[in-house]
Design a binder for this molecule. Structure first.
Ligand SMILES: C[S@@+](CC[C@H](N)C(=O)[O-])C[C@H]1O[C@@H](n2cnc3c(N)ncnc32)[C@H](O)[C@@H]1O
Length: 219
């Protein structure tokens, strides 16, 4: 099953984790206001819970996801909340998508750990290209300190495990995040936080996630 089919199938169950924004979106807000952010790009936006939150706070938001089904849910959520967000179907790895566009902020929730090392690096490069100089990148990702999820399945790369559906999950250490960001960014905040996700089957999962806010340095 390809990646798009996988996510379309998952989102056919609806707005999987509820409509509230992630803690990392709420944590991003004071950074955005302090730095005078006006527009925000939300790649891998899913069904728009965070993009809609940012629009409700008054930011000019652009958002996209690989899954057509999630984009339909996102448009419905924005309509329910009476906000105007352009939601697009698009692939993070399609280098022509949003080529030449620049944003004050890029927010990536719970996406970068879904890929192997080479793809994570090219994903970060794309985020950097989409940011204006001195723009801010905020994101969340899973951490090696997550006792309920780290270490399960087959380790295919260091700290990267495949548990089900052939999907890798990479668990980040703090030092690794610092090294990854070092060449292009100044880290403003890097902290572990807990995110509780409730899924449609009624199950709830406690995740230990990194929240990172980093400013793109002018070269
Ligand atoms: C765990 S979900 C997180 C969704 C959303 N960021 C949130 O926090 O609600 C990962 C998302 O990444 C999207 N995704 C995966 N690969 C992608 C790609 N190559 N391009 C764009 N989106 C992608 C999936 O469709 C899915 O919506």
């Amino acid at each position: 099953m390809n990646n798009q089919t996988y996510w379309d199938k998952r989102y056919s169950q609806g707005r999987l984790w509820g409509d509230n924004p992630c803690p990392s979106a709420v944590r991003s807000f004071p950074h955005f206001t302090r730095l005078g952010v006006k527009n925000v790009l939300v790649p891998g936006c899913g069904y728009g819970r965070n993009a809609v939150y940012f629009a409700l706070q008054g930011f000019d938001v652009t958002a996209f996801d690989l899954s057509n089904v999630s984009i339909l849910h996102a448009k419905a959520l924005a309509a329910e909340q009476s906000v105007d967000v352009p939601f697009f179907q698009g692939d993070l790895f399609d280098i022509d998508f949003l080529r030449g566009k620049k944003f004050d902020a890029v927010y990536l929730s719970y996406v970068i750990h879904l890929f192997l090392k080479d793809q994570r690096e090219s994903l970060l490069k794309r985020m950097t290209e989409w940011l204006k100089d001195n723009g801010i990148l905020t994101f969340s990702c899973i951490s090696t300190s997550d006792p309920h999820n780290y270490g399960f399945g087959l380790e295919v790369e260091p700290n990267t495990f495949v548990k089900h559906e052939s999907k890798p999950l990479h668990f980040f250490t703090g030092d690794e995040l610092k090294k990854l960001l070092e060449p292009d960014y100044r880290i403003l905040e890097q902290k572990i936080h807990t995110q509780t996700e409730n899924d449609p089957s009624g199950e709830s999962e406690e995740l230990q996630l990194w929240f990172v806010a980093a400013e793109k340095c002018t070269k």
